[in-house]
Design a protein around this ligand. Structure first.
Ligand code: GLY
Length: 424
């Protein structure tokens, strides 16, 4: 099978790497890819969020399966265009990807499906939103409805800050059209866990859990980022709880979307909070997490290509149950200085080969490019360095040992990834 992976970050590097290890996969092509992906797969040029360009590329490379990594192409309808062209695709249609693209839609689906989640209010009128804050207590959670590059959620300590967050989103349009509608949500305390599942339109199956570290600085301080590190598996969710969550969270959502005529095919990523009242869903995403993919996929010992193809063909029920490496995996993100604010690019990166030689280490490229034969930085998150070892503590030591070998000017990383897995 020839698989085309769409995207060019650390998640897509992990996907391409795992697909090359799949017995069912002969060739992997990735667009637009990155220099790390180019070491394991062919790379091709295409605008990942352009449905016509991706469909033309899939035809040109005779892809048997297209795997879409990031959310933007999904929301833009890349899966719809591929499906209409008769190409097997792993990734939801635009209608189903609204589960991530609209928080209000997601809450509506959860309510209809009976999925445990926090109390909420949604609306488009800023005055009504301010009035609706009366029904909540601090800390207030104010979310822009649409995609806002991870910046659309504000946890506000008091009413003044919450009203300011409502106005910033709805009146000043800090997130553009993404903030036309807001979701106010009950604050739910507790550690957060990411649960990943696969869906084929009708059937859902749990994969694994992971925990990511969203804040830029040690001790969960500083601004939110796309994720500064992750580990898997998460002890707080044992296999029995994971399977229960598949039944209580993943299956009802897949059934509800099928009932609405928007069957969901792809990764179903439930962001959970382990609240004192039990697990509650904070949000759904329509793709693997990044950097969670870089700790979940290295642990998968099943044929990833066969599983994703089974989803694309609506045949997940006949696929064998996924199997897992017993080892834990930890990943540490190496970011450009200044991320998630402004940063410079084009900075030479040293030590990649040395890092890759550390036993159990995997170096995934996130934001890199090649200039004059030298790998240089090309994004905020530059590399994710993963370590596989029997325990989380050992996997953490492996990841940091490999990360220590890599250097670029201004590099920033957290030193406490998976240091206290119980609280994350
Ligand atoms: N790491 C969080 C995300 O991928 O949304």
């Amino acid at each position: 099978m020839r698989v085309l992976v769409i995207g060019g970050g650390g998640r897509e590097h992990a996907l391409a790497w795992a697909l090359t290890r799949s017995p069912s996969v002969d060739d992997v092509v990735c667009a637009p890819g990155n220099p790390g992906i180019a070491d394991v797969a062919d790379v091709a040029e295409a605008d990942a969020a352009d449905p016509a360009a991706v469909t033309a590329l899939a035809r040109r490379v005779a892809a048997d399966l297209v795997v879409i990594g990031p959310e933007k192409p999904l929301v833009a309808g890349v899966a719809d265009a591929l499906g209409a062209a008769g190409v097997a695709v792993f990734g939801p249609t635009a209608a189903a990807a609204r589960l991530e693209g609209s928080k209000a839609f997601s809450k509506d689906v959860m309510a209809a499906a009976g999925v445990p989640t926090g109390a909420h209010w949604t609306g488009t009128d800023p005055d009504l939103a301010v009035d609706a804050l009366d029904d909540f207590k601090p800390p207030y959670v104010v979310k822009a409805d649409g995609l806002a590059a991870g910046k659309g959620v504000r946890i506000c300590a008091d009413r003044v800050e919450a009203e300011e967050a409502v106005r910033a989103a709805m009146v000043e349009r800090a997130f553009g059209a993404a903030g036309e509608q807001v979701v106010l949500e009950e604050f739910l305390p507790g550690p957060e866990v990411s649960l990943f599942g696969l869906a084929d339109g009708q059937v859902a199956r749990a994969l694994a859990t992971a925990q990511d570290f969203k804040r830029a600085l040690d001790g969960d301080a500083g601004p939110n980022t796309g994720g500064m590190g992750a580990y898997s598996p998460v002890d707080a969710v044992d296999d029995d709880l994971r399977d229960a969550l598949a039944g209580d969270v993943l299956a009802p959502v897949v059934a509800e979307l099928a009932r609405r005529g928007a069957p969901y095919t792809g990764v179903l990523y439930a962001g959970l909070v382990m609240s004192p009242e039990g697990p509650r869903v904070l949000e759904f995403n329509a793709r693997f997490g990044d950097p969670e993919a870089q700790v979940v996929l290295p642990r998968l010992s099943s044929d990833l290509g066969a599983l994703l193809a089974a989803c694309a063909h609506g045949d997940l029920a006949s696929a064998p149950e996924p199997t897992w490496d017993e080892r834990a995996c930890v990943t540490v993100v190496l970011a450009s200085g200044g991320y998630p604010g402004s940063y410079t690019t084009g900075v030479p990166i040293e030590g990649l080969d040395t890092a890759a030689k550390v036993p159990g280490a995997l170096v995934f490229h996130a934001g890199t490019r090649v200039e004059d034969g030298q790998v240089v930085t090309a994004g905020g998150r530059v590399l994710t360095v993963s370590g596989l070892a029997p325990t989380v503590a050992q996997a953490r030591a492996t990841a940091y040992q490999a990360a220590d070998a890599i250097w670029f000017e201004g590099q920033h990383r957290r030193e406490d990834i998976a240091a206290d897995p119980a609280t994350g």
